[in-house]
Design a protein around this ligand. Structure first.
Ligand SMILES: CC(C)[C@H](C(=O)O)[C@@H](O)C(=O)O
Ligand code: SF4
Length: 467
């Protein structure tokens, strides 16, 4: 059993009681909700005649279903319109803060909570969304929950949960130019497996992680769930505090100084005990791309698609399925794989620094003939900041489309969809079959800079060649 880690400390501070089942009843400091997983939860609450216990601890936004082209109301898609109306009504009736489209603060839930300063170290955070692990970048314990648990949090501000084990994942050294946080997490998942983190919280540590900005740490923690870990976190440090200072919902003045002392006390102790530990070397990490239908089916961009024999017997059926679905053969190089669509955005890589890195690649170049390439900011704030820096012009001049914020083609619950067998280069986090809106569509995950270069060349390319 782990001891003295941030995870242990935050867990213990929020434990209300041990339930007869052996589970912990855990107090949830911040509850984030969106339009997809909240309507039924509110309906159940109404059926049970229950109130929202702490409306001020719940914050809502709308992200999955929003169109990124024409956002005029009512939305063209009736179902999308119904979902936003339901959220408008539920938040209004229950006195819940709602960052609606056009408020200046709307965006993907995992992008807006940090930028508003809502996400803070030492918190427990829950949201009916698997990528809630993102918020762990701040040293919070944050996890995705299902709709019935959303109901539980609304009604009681608590959840009954099994305590997780803690695996320390240390990454040391400098990342090579063209290698990003996205590559680090794809490399970790490729090594430990898409289910390798089952039952664990991942604590990311080491000099590579310490050198990362908050936005990079969010990219890293975001995909913990793709590695099977329910949550992932980084111990808070000066980088965290500098990011939080002066954000709208962060503590101010003396309270902020006091908060830093408290946050510091939550860091994992030097002699903390872990259930498992793994060490990586930054110099082994290349720009990484997925070739298959699971995020762990990933390789360095200059590698060839692995042979069936390099996998265990248990893994081989899924690998075979991946070759067939993707129409890619073992031994084939990834470099040069033609693509149709390029998507830059999502809660993994839709923040300002992501757009900046992609814009550096796009600047002065042109999207290849026949390629559809589009950029979707993670939030209204990101979009506005990007425009203030002229990033929109760089993308537009290069032939990219510049859209309104939302989840967009990460999941394609809005009009942004692949068609037929189209293959995308995508800065998102899931390459599951049919993930991007076409039942037979194909997805290659990579960093935003790599997506931008794929758009320019019309094929999978190595961003290090620009360095
Ligand atoms: C719609 C939502 C429940 C889902 C999730 O939980 O992750 C989505 O955000 C996703 O990325 O697949
Ligand atoms: S951007 Fe994608 S992964 Fe993130 S919350 Fe939206 S649909 Fe889920």
């Amino acid at each position: 059993m782990s001891k003295g880690t941030l995870f242990d400390k935050v867990w213990d501070l929020h434990a209300v009681t041990t339930l007869p089942s052996g589970q912990t009843q855990l107090f949830i400091g911040l509850h984030l909700i969106h339009e997809v997983t909240s309507p039924q939860a509110f309906a159940m609450l109404r059926d049970l005649n229950l109130q929202v216990m702490f409306p001020e601890r719940t914050v809502a936004t709308v992200d999955h279903i929003v169109p990124t082209e024409n956002q005029a109301r009512p939305f063209a898609d009736n179902l999308a319109e119904d979902m936003i109306v339901a959220l408008e009504n539920n938040t209004q009736t229950n006195d819940i803060r709602f960052f609606n489209v056009g408020s200046g603060s709307q965006g993907i839930v995992h992008v807006i909570a940090p930028e508003q300063g809502l996400t803070q170290p030492g918190m427990t955070i829950a949201c009916g969304d698997s990528h809630t692990s993102t918020h762990g970048a701040f040293g919070a314990i944050s996890f995705g929950i299902g709709t019935s648990q959303v109901r539980d949090v609304l009604a009681t501000q608590t959840l009954s949960l099994e305590k997780l084990k803690v695996r320390r994942i240390e990454v040391n050294g400098d990342l090579a130019p063209g290698v990003y946080a996205k590559d680090v997490i794809l490399h970790i998942i490729r090594t430990l497996g898409a289910k390798g983190g089952a039952g664990y919280a991942y604590e990311y540590a080491g000099s590579t992680i310490e050198a990362m900005s908050m936005e990079e740490r969010m990219t890293l923690c975001n995909m913990s769930i793709e590695g099977g870990a329910r949550c992932g976190y980084v111990n808070p440090d000066q980088v965290t505090y500098d990011y939080l200072r002066d954000r709208k919902f962060a503590p101010t003045g003396d309270t902020f100084t006091q908060a830093i002392d408290w946050w510091e006390s939550l860091r994992s102790d030097a002699n903390a005990e872990y259930d498992d530990a793994v060490v990586f070397d930054a110099k082994d990490i290349a720009p990484t791309v997925t070739w298959g239908i699971s995020p762990d089916q990933a390789i360095g961009v200059d590698e060839a698609i692995p042979a069936l024999a390099s996998f265990t017997k248990d893994e081989q059926a899924l690998i075979q399925e991946a070759y067939t679905y993707m129409d890619l053969d073992p031994g084939q190089p990834m470099l040069g794989t033609p693509i149709d669509v390029c998507f830059i955005g999502s809660c993994t890589n839709g923040r300002l620094s992501d757009l900046r890195e992609a814009a550096k690649v796009a600047q002065g170049r042109q999207v290849a003939q026949g390629i559809k390439a589009f950029v979707v900011s993670g939030s209204e704030q990101v979009k506005q900041q990007a425009e203030a820096e002229g990033l929109d012009k760089i993308f537009l001049n290069a032939g990219f489309e510049w859209r309104e914020p939302g989840c967009s083609m990460c999941l394609a619950m809005n009009p942004d969809k692949l068609q037929g067998r189209q293959i995308s280069a995508s800065s998102s986090n899931r390459n599951f079959k049919g993930r991007q809106g076409s039942a037979s569509g194909r997805t290659l995950l990579m960093s935003p800079a790599m997506v931008a270069l794929a758009a320019i060349n019309g094929k999978v390319s190595d961003v290090r060649q620009l360095a």
